[in-house]
Ligand binder design. Structure first.
Ligand SMILES: [Zn+2]
Length: 329
């Protein structure tokens, strides 16, 4: 495969604070010799571990980009031992369009890892991150939220892995992030995910789901900011101990946690995020969007637990995800 065409405009290995871009040539109608410019900040100070912090993997999720913009402007090199690489808006074209996937190639970045150096714009960005940034890192934090079609309880997550030593390192990092909820997650379909690529490279990996509904709140942004600094303390890059509050431990053991709509229409939730549900309890019902006098279709929980994610906004299509029931540990 050809060499990845992305070039950083700043050194990735120099001490100090450097703000710049990953520059990806992208010739198109409105800019014949144009480039996609992906913002990056590197803050480094001598020997020590490297953290890679990413947001905007999906373009309509905002806690990560806000917390990482904040960190990039507030963190000084003096505070750091080692290096922090910050890419707050990884899928820049998607982020600038306010969409989950890229408007250039339709690429869902988190289904395109490890990417291709000779692929589409999304694939080239994924390939550069996978082959040039992840190998530099000891620990990787990738921010997600629900975007425009999901809303989540604020949680950090780590995956069940074959390598139990790596798994316990990831779980410890998740606990250090210290979101209000901490989820041990079995990924149902992990092909192409950034998570999988980072874990395959043997790194410590933490991800989040911190809210959603197409925006960020003061609370969810505060969780992202505290969690980021906690993780850097846990890694030994920032000094001091993580600031820890109570967190609810959740497990997501199998596919029965996930609920999908079997009809289209107007969804009426009968429980809210964080509410306890019993097995076979109706969590929502779907009313017709085009007539009166018909009974709604029931959506019944397949297991007991708490509602950890739901659909937004008010209308659903057949096959839409409508509920995640996670199990308190
Ligand atoms: Zn996402």
């Amino acid at each position: 495969m050809m060499k990845n065409p992305i070039q950083p405009t700043i050194p990735l290995d120099a001490d100090g604070v450097h703000h710049g871009f990953l520059k990806l040539p992208y010739s198109r109608d409105d800019s014949a010799w144009g480039s996609v410019m992906i913002p990056i900040t590197v803050i480094a100070n001598g020997a020590g571990p490297t953290a890679l912090l990413t947001g905007g993997n999906h373009g309509d999720e905002y806690e990560g980009p806000i917390a990482l913009q904040n960190l990039a402007t507030s963190l000084s090199a003096d505070e750091v031992r080692g290096r922090v690489i910050i890419v707050p808006i990884m899928n820049t074209p998607a982020f600038q369009a306010g969409t989950r996937c890229s408007p250039i190639d339709g690429g869902n970045m988190n289904r395109n890892f490890p990417g291709r150096s000779d692929g589409s714009v999304t694939q080239k960005i994924a390939h550069y991150v996978a082959t040039h940034l992840v190998p530099l890192a000891d620990i990787v934090l990738d921010f997600h939220s629900g975007g425009r079609t999901l809303d989540f309880l604020p949680y950090a997550a780590a995956h069940v892995l074959d390598n139990k030593i790596q798994e316990s390192a990831c779980m410890a990092a998740m606990q250090a992030f210290n979101a209000p909820y901490s989820v041990r997650m079995l990924e149902i379909d992990n092909v192409g995910m950034f998570d999988t690529e980072v874990e395959t490279q043997g790194k410590v990996f933490v991800t989040t789901e911190l809210g959603g509904a197409g925006t960020a709140t003061a609370k969810s942004v505060a969780i992202a900011g505290k969690g980021t600094r906690n993780l850097l303390k846990h890694a030994g890059i920032l000094s001091g101990a993580p600031d820890l509050s109570e967190t609810v431990q959740l497990d997501m053991p199998d596919e029965d946690c996930f609920q999908f709509s079997m009809d289209a229409g107007l969804i009426e939730y009968l429980v809210d995020l964080g509410d306890t549900v019993q097995k076979n309890q109706m969590i929502a019902r779907i009313w017709p969007s085009d007539r009166t006098g018909c009974d709604p279709v029931s959506c019944v929980a397949k297991r007991a637990g708490i509602l950890a994610a739901r659909h937004v906004p008010g209308l659903v299509k057949m096959g839409d995800f409508i509920g995640l029931v996670a199990v308190p540990v």
